[in-house]
Ligand binder design. Structure first.
Ligand SMILES: Cc1cc2nc3c(=O)[nH]c(=O)nc-3n(C[C@H](O)[C@H](O)[C@H](O)COP(=O)(O)O)c2cc1C
Length: 221
């Protein structure tokens, strides 16, 4: 499966089977986490037993309490941390999707109960629930390309492909509060229009765009 296929198949999943992740897949996820932590100066951790991470009332109502495992998204605390978490965390989400598992980014979780190591100078930003879904979720309602694009004149094919993949990205409460600007020199900027976790969203959106456009953008980190 390519990352494009993983983008198309991924949806937020909030109801999980009690099935544990097989050891062979745990090893692959750990290796991927190591690679991404290195690239992003992060300290993401897979916690196989989610325990009581999702015991908040909102989690119970939404269903995340059934998630068997969780990824704690942690990194060196600076002004780029949230976007780095979004960018590298989403690559991890797509990798996990390729392994046949499901995920859900979750800003609402019990920070006291997650068994993660947060070192001096680091911050725990968000969690990602992981496991075998009882279902595979469903496509989210989406803005149109016109609602998120800022561009004058012709738009190259690669740009349109990037936007298409960006619109399939998960965002907090499906807010899609971002814009993608095509500059005259054909460089691309991502504009944060605010909202909860919008910087994490921006990193996620940037990763999706780059996969669709098959090119890197000038990242602020
Ligand atoms: C940064 C971020 C935070 C999120 N927080 C939560 C959360 O606390 N609880 C939850 O059930 N879903 C959460 N989600 C999942 C979104 O609601 C979901 O991604 C969005 O509705 C789009 O749906 P999709 O992921 O199926 O495309 C979060 C997503 C992101 C990107």
């Amino acid at each position: 499966m390519s990352y494009i296929d993983a983008i198309k198949e991924r949806h937020a999943v909030r109801n999980y089977l009690s099935k544990k992740i097989e050891e062979s897949k745990v090893v692959k996820i750990q290796e991927k986490i190591e690679e991404l932590n290195e690239k992003g100066n992060l300290h993401m951790q897979l916690i196989e037993d989610a325990g009581k991470t999702y015991n908040k009332l909102l989690n119970k109502v939404m269903g995340l309490g059934s998630a068997p495992s969780v990824i704690a998204c942690i990194g060196k605390d600076d002004e780029t941390l949230e976007e780095r978490i979004g960018y590298y965390g989403e690559e991890l989400v797509l990798f996990i999707q390729e392994l046949g598992l499901n995920t859900c980014w979750a800003g609402t979780f019990n920070k006291m109960n997650i068994r993660a190591e947060v070192k001096e100078g680091e911050k725990l930003v968000i969690s990602i629930a992981v496991g075998y879904g009882a279902d595979h979720g469903k496509p989210h309602k989406s803005k149109t390309p016109e609602q998120v694009i800022i561009a004058k004149g012709d738009r190259p094919y690669w740009f349109n492909m990037g936007v298409e993949m960006a619109l399939l990205a998960p965002t907090a409460i499906n807010q899609q509060k971002f814009q993608i600007r095509l500059n005259e020199d054909k460089s691309v900027d991502f504009v944060d229009k605010g909202g909860p976790f919008s910087k994490v969203d921006l990193g996620i959106v940037r990763r999706h765009f780059e996969i669709g456009a098959e090119r890197e953008t000038a990242k602020p980190f």
